[in-house]
Design a protein around this ligand. Structure first.
Ligand code: PEP
Ligand code: MG
Length: 934
């Protein structure tokens, strides 16, 4: 269905642009105060109980998305701009919540939309339910944030056996009347009454077969009439009273807020369950009446490349749902310019006007009814990462946006596109098909034919390409799990294209030569027959499909992307450091703009096969003497790696964290491994086995790890401190500018630090004195346990503690009491049931974990205002979390190398929000807009 699945940049940009506090506020207020804040002069009948539940398009505006949904708010705005919008009314999101609260299964008792229906009747000169001059309406969902295709829509509502005759009389078009009626019966049975679609489709297929035709367009009036008769036999229970139909459809849209796919989509996209959906009831405009009608989707700029060129597709003599269903191939808009120059010109003017008005690329849905253009929707268009960056840079060059405004339009979480491989143009490849370049990037993987298979395989660590005839909202989890998506049907505005683009996932759609047999799990492309798990490569930038694996290479330098990063760097207050454990990673991160290392997990230096045996030997050592001996070997590895890292990060801070993981992670587990260690040590197998048993922990994550190792084995910490100091001294002597720091992990009390820090200071001093160099090596600690946060003042008050870095992985684990290793088993279920809006290990939980963090910062800064505050958990590269760290006045975030550019942009956006007053985003172009010619 065109309307229900179409793209919407609004959600992305709204989510992005809206301060997090707004989302929190909406949840807390459950929308109530927002709805009542809006002043209107609506009739009392629409506002029983002091609440206004129904808005005419003249009563709302674009800023009322929380109340009217994104679609409703923009319909109001277009009406205000005097664009030709079919008259409509919007039932508020709050009414949807009221429906769930009342729980009667019926519409809220206080909801009254009769006055609004009357207004539509007056506007159109038609009457709802009147066979002589019938008004038909669409009933659509519309949440504050876009949820493409997740909720329900019913079109052509208001028909019955008598009224269809009226349609024939008023339009003189019997074929159209019965086509419309069958569409209505089909949709109502499916959406409102939840009947299986299959038998309905079979009716049409069998008539087509009998007549030897393939296309809907070839069906005649009598055929559709026959279809209607059959549909009524399949479902005799569609109410014939139009008002009853309307009630049923509104209820179905409300209910669809809580269907499985909507819940899943919300949880993937961090959309709060408490928002609810608005419902728009709008006079139908028909694109399928005759050859003077049509329908289409247009973008004010190319959503794939960003090129500043009006772009889109249309289908003559078709209803909206036909475009997206991929049944017929839409024509490029240029052909519309030839066919209907006047309509094209008008549409061109509106897209220009809307883009200027919203200061953003617009995605427009329109219908042409007998040569008259109707605007059905406008919104900020979803776009590829490449297009987002190009559009932002172009709009700044055009003077349409300031740098701060443009930066806020960048979907930070899609910037992976610039950071990941594309196909190597020189690689050998065997092309087996070509489709549409729906979403750029390149992916190789084993083919799977169902979304569930994609999910299962991806969970097993396999890279897969999801191959479908076409995708539907039910496929989302599979698309998310897959490396790329290949579909046989669908244009550039099809579900697969729109959703993959939104996800920043590589997609080739409309590969019409592909014969997809999902049942037998076979894909045929010309002569090539592929089975499930055969490997293919797809290129979403060219639409090409290749056999097997094709060499890929790193993302090409993109000048526009560098420009955007430059804006972010100019604006941001947060420093962006990286988590890197090797010189290679450090070099990579520095290239990507890291301003140092905020976390070097020193234990990662011992995972190499030749090193792990020394580590194991040290752990199972039976006394200090033996341990020191192995520590000496480890010290050499450590010094070499740290030295290499310092060199790569010359002049920038490098925070080396003391050993953290539970020792048991290093222990040999299998008898073979134990035997091999026993052989290396020249000890009996039984001794090693007993020692391993002794060290085994029931709950290692809360066990012998972090600074607890320093407390029990001070010699380990001493070795590490010396290794850092020696590495620094060597670099200094080589004429470089090393800036190492030492960080103590898993601290729960200042007392631990009072014991450990002086040992570090002494060891460092001794080594530096010995080397005769002067390097300042600040010492800090991680706050990753609730107790450490509670006592942050004491911690920063400890002598020689210069900085704190929040370890939000462990902090999330310990605040929630969710094991970071095992919680994945239930977090999905929590999200599905609305207990969690997002995975707190991926995005910072501002309420709980964040509350503790803020308290700790306040305590720390009150005690020691100069204390440097950072974060080095995985949240350091997650856009929403970075915004939060900015607002909590962190000094830096530290994240994995490839997330550094994303963190830079997110940090820039956090600062840009402050510089760019939101209302500047909307220009005053409204004043010189003329009404569309009738
Ligand atoms: C943390 O806990 O957030 C952290 C960075 O440390 P690790 O993930 O190594 O436990
Ligand atoms: Mg940790």
């Amino acid at each position: 269905m065109l309307r229900s699945i179409s793209s919407d940049g609004t959600s992305g940009s709204w989510e992005r642009n809206a301060p997090a506090s707004m989302a929190r506020g909406a949840r807390a207020m459950k929308m109530k105060s927002q709805a009542t804040q809006v002043k209107t002069d609506a009739p009392a009948s629409s506002s029983a109980g002091g609440k206004k539940r129904v808005y005419l398009l003249s009563e709302g505006n674009k800023d009322m998305k929380m109340v009217l949904g994104g679609k409703g708010a923009n319909l109001c705005e277009m009406t205000k701009l005097t664009l030709p919008v079919p008259p409509a009314f919007i039932i508020t999101t709050e009414t949807c919540l009221e429906y769930f609260e009342e729980g009667t299964g019926d519409l809220p008792a206080a909801l009254d939309y009769e006055f609004a229906l009357k207004a539509i009747e007056e506007d159109t000169g038609k009457k709802f339910g009147d066979p002589l001059n019938p008004l038909l309406v669409s009933v659509r969902s519309g949440a504050p944030a876009s949820m493409p295709g997740m909720m329900d829509t019913v079109l052509n509502l208001g028909l019955n056996d008598e009224i269809v005759e009226g349609i024939i009389k008023t339009t003189g078009n019997e074929r159209f009347a019965y086509d419309t009626y069958r569409r209505f019966l089909n949709m109502y049975s499916d959406v409102v009454m939840d009947l299986d679609k299959e038998p309905f489709e079979e009716v049409i297929t069998s008539i087509k077969k009998r007549k030897g035709i393939k296309l809907d367009l070839e069906m005649e009036a009598a055929d559709w009439k026959e279809v209607v008769g059959e549909f009524k036999k399949l479902n005799p229970n569609v109410p014939s009273d139009p008002r009853e139909q309307l009630r049923g459809a509104i209820l179905a849209v409300f209910r669809s807020w809580n269907n499985d796919r909507a819940i899943r989509y919300r949880s993937y996209n961090n959309i709060p369950d408490e928002w609810g959906t608005a419902v728009s009831v709008q006079a139908m405009a028909y694109g399928n009446m005759n050859d003077g009608c049509g329908t289409g989707v247009a973008f004010s700029r190319n959503p794939s490349t960003g090129e500043n060129k009006f772009f889109g597709e249309f289908l003559p003599n078709a209803a909206g749902e036909d475009v997206v269903a991929g049944i017929r191939t839409p024509q490029p808009l240029e052909e519309m310019a030839t066919k209907w120059p006047g309509v094209y010109e008008e549409l061109y003017k509106y897209q220009e006007q809307l883009e200027k008005y919203y200061c953003d690329m617009q995605d427009i849905e329109f219908t042409v009814e007998n040569g008259r253009l109707y605007m059905l929707q406008c919104r900020n268009g979803k776009r590829t990462a490449k297009a987002a960056v190009k559009i932002a840079v172009d709009m700044v060059k055009e003077g349409a946006l300031t740098e701060a405004e443009a930066l806020l339009r960048i979907p930070a979480n899609q910037m992976d596109f610039f950071l990941h491989p594309t196909l190597d143009p020189t690689a050998q490849k065997t092309k087996i098909g070509v489709g549409l370049p729906a979403s750029p990037g390149a992916a190789t993987g084993k083919i799977v034919f169902t979304p569930d298979d994609a999910e299962v395989m991806a969970n097993m660590g396999e890279e897969v390409i999801l191959v479908r005839k076409e995708t539907t909202p039910e496929d989302i989890h599979g698309m998310k799990s897959a490396e790329g998506v290949l579909t046989a049907l669908g244009g550039m505005t099809s579900h697969a294209a729109v959703v993959a683009r939104g996800m920043g996932k590589c997609c080739v759609s409309g590969c019409t030569a592909a014969e997809v047999n999902a049942k037998n799990k076979v894909l045929k492309l010309g002569d090539v027959e592929l089975k499930e798990h055969d490997v293919i490569t797809i290129d979403g930038s060219t639409g090409e499909v290749y056999l097997g694996t094709v060499e890929r290479r790193s993302a090409a330098e993109d000048e526009d992307f560098q420009t955007v990063l430059g804006w972010a760097d100019k604006m941001r207050k947060l420093k962006v450091l990286t988590n890197a454990d090797t010189p290679d990673q450090a070099a990579q991160a520095r290239k990507l703009g890291a301003q140092g290392i905020g976390l070097c997990r020193s234990e990662h230096m011992f995972f190499e096969p030749e090193r792990i045996s020394s580590m194991r030997a040290m752990i199972v050592a039976e006394g200090k003497g033996e341990r020191l001996q192995h520590l000496e070997t480890l010290s050499v590895f450590q010094r070499e790696d740290i030295s290499g890292i310092l060199k790569e990060m010359d002049g920038l801070p490098v925070t080396v964290r003391l050993l953290d993981p539970p020792l048991h992670e290093f222990l040999p587990h299998s008898p073979d491994e134990m035997q091999s260690l026993a052989d290396t040590l020249g000890k009996p197998f039984s001794v090693v086995k007993d020692r391993v048993k002794q060290l085994k922990e029931v709950n290692p994550m809360l066990g012998f790890r972090g600074c607890r190792l320093s407390v029990v084995y001070p010699e380990i910490t001493e070795m590490q401190a010396r290794a850092v100091a020696r590495a620094a001294a060597a670099n200094k002597k080589a004429g470089l500018d090393p800036k190492p720091e030492i960080m103590v992990p898993v601290v729960s009390s200042a007392k631990e630090l009072r014991l450990i820090v002086p040992r570090i200071v002494a060891a460092v001093k001794e080594e530096l004195d010995k080397a005769g160099v002067d390097v300042k090596i600040p010492i800090g600690t991680m706050l990753e346990l609730p107790r450490a946060c509670e006592t942050a003042d004491q911690i920063v008050g400890t002598d020689d503690v210069d900085f704190i870095s929040f370890g939000t992985n462990d902090l999330t684990q310990t605040v929630w009491g969710f094991s970071r290793d095992d919680a994945i088993r239930f977090i999905g279920r929590y999200q599905e049931q609305g207990l969690l809006d997002f995975d707190p290990f991926a995005r910072i939980d501002e309420e709980g974990v964040g509350g503790l963090i803020n308290m700790a910062i306040e305590k720390a800064r009150t005690k020691q205002p100069e204390t440097k505050v950072g974060i080095c958990g995985e949240h350091g590269g997650e856009p929403n979390s970075v915004q939060y760290f900015h607002s909590s006045k962190f000094d830096y975030v530290s994240c994995s190398p490839f997330r550094v550019p994303i963190a830079r942009i997110s940090a820039g956006q956090a600062a840009a929000v402050e510089v760019s007053a939101q209302d500047k985003l909307y220009r005053e172009s409204i004043t010189n807009v003329k009404r569309a010619p009738k």
